[in-house]
Design a protein around this ligand. Structure first.
Ligand code: 4AZ
Length: 260
């Protein structure tokens, strides 16, 4: 089980590395029916905190100089100048407004072993002058409808995307999620949140990993409640997306960021 999950995640990152994107994800219900498009294009500037990472993952600006992403998107902790973060654009090929900054350090979640704790921080060489995304510090926003966004595959097994896609996915409670069985028996309820539609059709996918799942808070500001982590394929029925439960790690993330 753990091995399966790890293999899946590793595969996701390697696959994405070729083109480097994350995606939201429509999938055909069957060969005979038209594709269900679960994602739509994000507008330029709509999610200014979104980051595309060169290994083929997503992320979000936790501060202007620190990106919050998934632990399975990085190799470990320490000095690391090999990652490029791209921000400021929905079109990765547009040079207008695009900001690209290298990493200096990576901090993978303490205790990460492939199950749960799927978060990591990447320190950038320079701050990026764009809005940051605040993170949930308690469970009050861990239900409802969530927004997901990224440049990952738009169909299961498909290519990475040039333009950022977005979608809305509803919360699924832990018991329902574990009830899907298979890989979902490996859910870590205190550390992971599930979201998606029982019927499938809308989901995150390969290359969206590390990107944020977010919603509005009572002040009307975006707040990050999840990090794209894993799933059994993409947008299949009874196989929702699984997200790192950010509120469970808010203190650890803040301490780690202060140490970078
Ligand atoms: C991935 O491979 C991946 N459907 C991300 C999200 C989901 C599945 C796979 C959820 O990066």
């Amino acid at each position: 089980m753990k091995k399966l999950l790890k293999a899946f995640k590793r595969c996701a990152v390697l696959g994405a590395a070729a083109l480097a994107i994350v995606s939201l994800q429509p999938v055909s219900a069957s060969a005979a029916t038209p594709p269900v498009v679960g994602g739509t294009r994000a507008a330029q500037g709509e999610f200014p905190f979104m980051v595309r990472l060169s290994m083929g993952c997503g992320g979000a600006l936790y501060t202007q100089q620190i990106v919050l992403t998934a632990a399975h998107c990085v190799n470990g902790s320490g000095n690391n100048t090999s990652i490029t973060a791209t921000a400021g654009v929905v079109d990765l090929q547009s040079t207008s407004g695009r900001v690209q900054v290298r990493s200096t350090k990576v901090l993978q979640a303490p205790g990460y072993n492939g199950t749960g704790k799927d978060w990591a921080l990447i320190k950038l060489a320079q701050p990026i002058n764009l809005p940051t995304l605040k993170i949930a510090t308690n469970s009050q926003y861990n239900t409802g409808d969530f927004t997901v966004a990224g440049w990952g595959a738009a169909t299961q097994g498909g290519g990475q995307q040039r333009y950022m896609l977005k979608a809305t996915v509803p919360f699924i409670d832990d018991a329902t999620c574990e009830g899907y069985g298979g890989l979902y028996n490996g859910l870590v309820p205190g550390e992971e949140l599930c979201a998606g539609f029982e019927e499938g059709g809308v989901d995150t996918c390969q290359g969206d990993s590390g990107g944020p799942m977010f919603r509005k808070d009572t002040a009307g500001d975006w707040i990050q409640v999840g990090i794209v982590s894993w799933g059994d394929g993409c947008a299949q029925p009874n196989a929702p997306g699984v997200y790192t439960e950010v509120s469970a790690f808010a203190s650890a993330i803040a301490s780690a960021a202060a140490s970078l």
